[in-house]
Design a protein around this ligand. Structure first.
Ligand code: SAM
Length: 453
């Protein structure tokens, strides 16, 4: 048995004939003590995998979950090159565990099997799709066990389990077992759903998360997607991020501060700074008045490149706060440092991270927004006028849950690309039973993201 990232040897110790690789010397040493019968190599797994001629009957372990921001340099290059040799192209946004599993599979003997702890991201992350594509093309059986409650209660990460067998074969289904809690057992649990790989690819954008829902709900949703009168948000609007000021505290003034400094209104643009500042349905003149009355820091200092600046503004830019702000990364890398680019007036503002539900708010007051929320610009007004009023219907709310992803701490996150996929069906209603099923499904996905535990 191979454990490609054996840590202190928990898995190695339970097997009579095992090989472990571990980069951290202290952990590698502990593994040698814990599993004296095992062969432990200290070093980078990908370097070792590239050179070794050994092949294994099975592999097991808990690969490192290193996000792309920190999974960098030589190790990442080696990992991605090795996967390319095995026919898998991962983007630079991949987390380390996915290349670990592909490179491990490449070291199995024909008929070999693997069992790994994986992050629940396997259910939605774009980089998990090439991994699953590889697994179904190289194993006779691929099984995922989705575990709702934390496998490791002390870790923030939700973990699922992956089991594959029959290396050298292939399959057109993924077995999914959905459980609330992980219960140790000698055999794999029975699958609760057999996922058709074509359907997973074509209907569900290569995500496993929709399969946490009952088949009847998936059918309602898939039938609506098939209807030519159903549109995605991106079909009639563009979803972009708001401006990046480079120093929100410096560039957003409170009304009292602007008054004290004497900055003319022409240089001040009211803006939504974050999701918390968004009202329920609409940003109106009264909303902005409320922000002003509360003396909220909502006035963006909006300066353009070739503009003549009054002395009061120059003085503010020259203040100690201004000198600190211009040292920031964004300000240092633009000219002039004080001109915040891409300040737009969107038609709607959409929350980026949400608790109970994603909030879409009409911008009737001509405010701008930071990149803490999404800026929606409508391209097809008649279609938007017809479909956006359906935002609060169970179908569209379920669509937000399905297209978005869990962020941890119960939050739902919608990246711009995900928000663009939110679906609006032509029929507003699915009958009483259908609506109830959709509501139940929303509750289910909220529980999976630990919002309504
Ligand atoms: C989540 S831990 C798993 C440890 C062990 N399997 C267990 O469950 O206790 C991941 C391990 O991968 C190791 N690691 C990270 N990058 C590595 C690499 N490129 N090559 C080998 N090991 C690596 C880390 O040092 C860490 O010990």
């Amino acid at each position: 048995m191979l454990d490609p990232s054996c840590g202190d040897g928990q898995f190695l110790a339970l097997h009579r004939n095992s090989v472990g690789i571990e980069q951290n010397p202290v952990s590698a040493h502990r593994a040698i003590e814990r599993a004296p019968g095992a062969l432990v190599h200290e070093g980078d797994f990908f370097t070792w995998a590239f050179e070794t001629h050994e092949r294994f009957e099975c592999a097991a372990g808990n690969p490192p979950f290193i996000r792309y921001q920190t999974f960098k340099g030589e190790t990442r290059r080696r990992a991605l090159d090795l996967c390319l040799d095995l026919g898998v192209r991962f983007s630079g946004l991949t987390s380390s565990w996915a290349p670990f599993l592909v490179a491990t599979a490449g070291l199995l003997k024909c008929g070999g099997r693997m069992a790994f702890v994986v992050p629940a991201e396997i259910g939605h992350a774009p980089y998990a799709a090439p991994l699953l594509d590889y697994l179904v093309a190289h194993f006779a059986k691929v099984q995922v066990v989705a575990v709702r409650n934390k496998l490791f209660p002390t870790l923030s990460e939700d973990c699922w389990l992956l089991y594959t067998e029959g290396f050298g074969g292939q399959t057109d289904t993924i077995d999914l077992t959905v459980v609330d809690d992980f219960l140790p057992a000698r055999t794999m649990p029975m699958p609760t759903t057999k996922i058709d790989v074509d359907e997973w690819r074509n209907t569900w954008n290569r995500r496993l998360r929709p399969y946490l829902l009952p088949a009847s709900v998936r059918r309602i949703y898939a039938d609506a997607l098939d209807d030519a009168r159903t549109f995605r948000l991106a079909d009639f609007a563009s979803v972009g991020i708001g401006y990046i000021s480079g120093d929100n505290d410096f560039f957003h003034l409170r009304p009292s501060e602007a008054k004290r400094l004497g900055i003319p209104a022409a240089f001040l643009q009211p803006a939504v700074r974050n999701g918390r500042a968004m009202p329920e349905k609409q940003i109106t003149k009264a909303t902005v008045e409320g922000w002003r009355r509360n003396d909220d820091p909502v006035l963006l200092l909006r300066l353009t490149r070739d503009q003549e600046l009054p002395t009061v503004v120059k003085n503010y830019l020259d203040s100690s706060a201004g000198h600190a702000a211009r040292q920031g990364y964004k300000c240092r890398n633009r000219a002039p440092w004080y001109a915040v680019p891409d300040v737009q007036i969107p038609d709607f503002v959409l929350s980026y991270m949400s608790g109970r539900r994603a909030n879409l708010v009409r911008n009737s007051a001509g405010v701008s927004c930071t990149n803490s929320v999404h800026a929606i610009r409508v391209r097809n007004r008649p279609l938007a006028a017809e479909l956006l009023p359906r935002w609060s219907t169970p179908f569209v709310r379920l669509s937000c849950e399905l297209e978005g992803h869990a962020l941890g701490g119960g939050m739902l996150k919608l990246e711009p690309r995900e928000a663009g996929r939110i679906a609006f069906p032509s029929a507003g209603s699915f009958g009483k039973t259908g609506e109830e099923e959709l509501e139940d499904a929303i509750g289910t996905l909220q529980r999976w993201r630990h919002y309504a535990d």
